[in-house]
Design a protein around this ligand. Sequence first.
Ligand code: HSC
Length: 630
Amino acid sequence: MAGTVARATRGRVALLTLDNPPVNALGAALRDDLAAALDAAIEDAAVGAIVIAAAGRTFPAGADIREFDAEARGIALPDLCDRIEAAPKPVIAALHGTALGGGLELALAAHVRIALASARLGFPEVKLGLLPGAGGTQRTPRLIGAEQALRLMISGQRIGAAEALAMGLIDGVVEEGLTEAAIALAADLAAEGKPPVPTRARRTGFRDPVLYARIIAAAREAPRNARLPAPDRIVDCVEAALLLPFDAGLTFERTAFADLLTSPAAKGLRHAFLAERLLRHTPEAGLAPRPVAQVGVVGGGPVGAGLLAALLGAGLRATLIEADRDALIAGLERIATLHEAEVAAGRLTPEARDADWERLAGSVDPARLAGAEAILDPGEAPQASLALADALAASLTPGAVLALGDPASPLWAAAASLGRAGDAIGLAVTEPSHVAPLVDLCPAPATAAETTATVAALLHRVGKTVLRSANGTFVLESLRAAGRRALRRAAEAGAAPEALEAALRDFGFALGARPFGALPATAVSDTSPSGERIAEGCLLALIAAGARLVAAGVALRPSDVDVAATLGLGFPRWRGGPMHMADERGLLQVRNALLALAAEDADLWSPAAIFDHLIKYGERFRDLDGGKSA
Ligand code: HSC
């Protein structure tokens, strides 16, 4: 074992196994170790062919994203790929898990690729504001042509091994025994003794240059968000693959990658990616959650019904509790409507819908919740909450947890009087709750850590991103309130609702979900603030609120505020989030801008003392993220 790469010999085959958990990201150490292992295998006269495989859950899922903001170290990934391709002995890549980005590029530089049937392949770089920068834009079209290459790189979507095989991206698929299959193939190639064909010499994808050029022209015309430069650069690079000699194409790609890497959009998207990963680092992260198979939901309003649809979709059994028969029927109808829409959109099969429905029960008797390991009450049905509070002793069985959307719910007191305050936790769900990604969890002072871990695990299971607020305040709701108030100030200064909406849209907000609620009415005025001023006021309000939440320990870290904004308020992901934007602008400048506005509304815009502290020590908000954010 040379650090992160284990070497073994099987007959005339050298097996190089990458081992850099959790996702075998291609960091400097792994790249250097692989280069050294490759050189040794090439020099070893007893080796006739080389297999590159990966230990753990996946073939490399890409370059190490955290390195993009650090000084370059070790052999560069494009150079490592070139070295693999130039090997005089056949190199076989054995793919499993998620072979993504730089991981897939590494595989494309090998001479043969086989994959486990369950493997997923893709180029997610575009979601980070980047393009495949280790030869991917040049090698991929040589194998599969412009159309498929552009589809993969511009959509960023993953494909399965069978599809990759059908389009010629890989050469074989096995149901099981991947490493053995790769070794057997390598042994055959070693016995044949033929020199390998490098991907750079392949021309399959260039068979019809006229069609290729037409596809490029059409891709250039396709409508896109002008603020995201990566797709256009991807089109340029795929065009260059046909027009330029291979090495010149690589240089072209490298320049485009370097340009994008430092673009504000890529920095914002990178920050957003890492911020979402950091969210799981909570005080209760290591605790084992209690098992939950049966869930109760109080109230079948839009939020409750959506939650039920999501819970059923994750295979859980669920019971809807309502105050009366009519409300119960209305709630069940809501779930049915959501299901039908999913079936119509092809996201749910009729069979899966029927299976979901089998696991659903409904009742007006809260005692029917006995046996549920978790009860969720978003707070939409006060009468039903009241009835449950009266019957809580029978309904909240030992070990069950209670997640409450309404801070004033009678269930808090009922739980406490049963000596069960440790089992209750605050919950704020974003709408539409069956698909909206974010849920905000806020433990009360008495909430047991195990309760937080249990509800978080349940929500993860239904595919939610869980934001962990603290100290009795919800991060998301506080931000929403700040944004709403900033819009009200703009309306008072004469901005019409259309102007408010246009300002938010121009800034990049996704407005479908009305991030700040209904727009305020406009005061009579001869003047109106400009769109830029409206957006700036709103951004600064979010920054000021975020800083206060961080200072008060409500947000565990500044990057949590950014996730709340991007996933919960439709704040443009490519801007990273308000705290990231504050860092990028410089905190002194932001503080001064806040001070200037604070005269108008001190509660909204005055900068918390944390600004002065960070400025004094030359730090930024990201320095409080725990060293892992970009
Ligand atoms: C890329 O590859 C660029 C290349 O084209 C060119 C480079 C050329 C450079 C040239 C220079 C001259 N890096 O998501 P999870 C961590 S761009 C670092 O919770 P899951 C993650 O932070 C990259 N870390 O797991 C977390 O760490 P923690 C293209 C990465 O099972 C842990 O792994 N690739 C990382 O839900 C678990 O992550 C991508 O964009 C990375 N690349 O999903 C793929 N990927 O535990 C990004 C993950 O300490 N990754 N981590 O918090 C994913 O989509 C998902 O993580 C997976 C796993 C689907 C891989």
